[in-house]
Design a binder for this molecule. Structure first.
Ligand code: SF4
Ligand code: SF4
Length: 104
């Protein structure tokens, strides 16, 4: 599995941002439910999110202008528990999760 993750990273690292499917889910406040599931608070988006299009209004400057905006890097993609399950980065890199789902 490590090599599959490495292979995916080598493939995507040069065009990292294009992997994002622009769902905007990571731009809403999130919390955890009783069973550890992620709850997305669609009534509480980042002030910079256009909720009609799910696009960031300050995309190019987002890390400089928005204190709460963090880059989705490989570590985040692999391990951050608050990333939405259907995030394209999570789907691409948390391969153990997919394997577990297939076994269930
Ligand atoms: S600033 Fe960051 S969190 Fe806010 S809408 Fe843009 S990408 Fe999303
Ligand atoms: S949740 Fe993932 S796929 Fe959706 S906007 Fe955020 S980084 Fe992109």
């Amino acid at each position: 599995m490590f090599f599959r993750i490495l292979k995916a990273w080598l493939y995507w690292r040069k065009d990292w941002d294009s992997l994002c499917n622009r769902c905007g889910k990571c731009c809403y406040t999130r919390s955890f439910g009783d069973k550890g599931e992620i709850i997305i608070h669609y009534d509480d988006p980042c002030v910079n999110l256009d909720t009609e299009t799910n696009l960031c209004r300050i995309y190019k400057d987002r890390f400089r202008k928005c204190i709460g905006c963090g880059k989705v890097n490989l570590f985040v993609a692999l391990f951050y528990p608050s990333m939405p399950k259907d995030c394209a980065y999570v789907q691409t890199f948390r391969l153990w999760r997919k394997q577990k789902e297939n076994e269930e």
